[in-house]
Design a protein around this ligand. Structure first.
Ligand SMILES: Nc1ncnc2c1ncn2[C@@H]1O[C@H](COP(=O)(O)OP(=O)(O)O)[C@@H](O)[C@H]1O
Ligand SMILES: [Mg+2]
Length: 277
């Protein structure tokens, strides 16, 4: 692992880690057809951190996120949240997928209130929570609409509001903006940064976009081609800036070039794997 800017040394889990992967590997299937998706991964996600995972397609990013979500179990190793083993899905970990996965038969407001009601809140309290997060994602005027009446970007904002309404301690987001056009994505990146700066939720975020990672992340984890390993970890400072123009700074361009090089080698390796298969 190429440690560009090390964050704490050794494999010991620092007490501030919100979540940790300790020697996590994943193998799908058995025998000759088995796929080694992840080599031993050691990764700490600090409380309040915004960690972006980048890496070529098929390198195991979703696998890693799904293991922390509790949807998959590791083949070997352990995954911990607040020092306790992850045993399955838990409302303390909120997941947002690439496509909103909203309930089509419910209004936007009811979609957001669903989680709080499911965890025992009264309907009036759940409604108040929904209104607060609708306001946070700028969709108060669309409370009574149905998902099909919204654009893709708005649906994704509802998905984010719905995850936040459950008051998770960590948000797990698998390429949440991948299906959006570039302009919508940039505006939503600014919005998610504002929300993160306001709530300081711990976030694990997968993206294909180096700019998105640099703009949002406190930590960028670059993964290798399959089997996924951690190739490098960087700590950009742009997530703390409120100025959308940070993307035009010299430092930004410099780090972008650095990550581009790291990723390019791995993308080429991933391509060779595809041809050889
Ligand atoms: N349920 C599964 N069964 C078998 N192979 C899988 C399964 N899920 C993922 N894989 C394989 O594991 C590797 C990593 O997949 P994934 O975590 O989805 O990568 P990424 O999200 O980085 O594109 C890929 O080669 C993929 O085909
Ligand atoms: Mg994926």
């Amino acid at each position: 692992m190429q440690d560009i800017r090390p964050l704490g040394a050794g494999a010991a889990v620092p007490p501030t880690a919100k979540a940790s992967f300790v020697g996590v590997t994943k193998r799908y299937g058995r025998g000759g057809a088995a796929v080694q998706a992840l080599e031993p991964i050691d990764l700490d996600i600090a409380e309040n951190a915004f960690v972006c995972l980048v890496g070529p397609s098929g390198c195991g990013k979703s696998t890693l996120l799904n293991i922390l979500a509790g949807f998959e179990s590791p083949t070997t190793g352990r995954v911990l949240m607040d020092g306790q083993p992850v045993k399955g899905p838990d409302p303390r970990r909120g997941v947002v997928f690439q496509q909103g996965a909203l309930f089509t038969w419910m209004t936007v407001r009811d979609n957001i209130a669903f989680g709080p009601i499911a965890t025992g809140k009264s309907s009036s309290e759940a409604g108040r929570i929904a209104d607060r997060f609708l306001d946070m994602v700028g969709l108060s005027a669309f409370a009574k609409r149905y998902p099909y009446e919204l654009s893709g970007g708005m649906q994704q904002r509802v998905g984010i509001a719905r995850a936040l309404a459950n008051d998770p301690e960590i948000l797990l987001m698998d390429e949440p903006f991948a299906a959006l056009d570039a302009q919508t994505r940039e505006l939503l990146q600014e919005e998610i940064k504002r929300i993160w700066q306001a709530t300081r939720k711990t976030v694990l975020w997968i993206t294909h976009s180096i700019e998105e990672a640099l703009f949002l992340a406190t930590d960028i984890v670059v993964m290798s081609a399959r089997p996924g390993r951690i190739k490098a970890r960087l700590s950009p400072q742009f997530a703390l800036s409120r100025d959308p123009a940070v993307v035009t700074s010299v430092e930004f361009a410099h780090m972008k070039a650095e990550i581009f090089e790291l990723l390019r080698e791995e993308s080429l390796a991933a391509q060779r794997q595809e041809v050889e298969r």
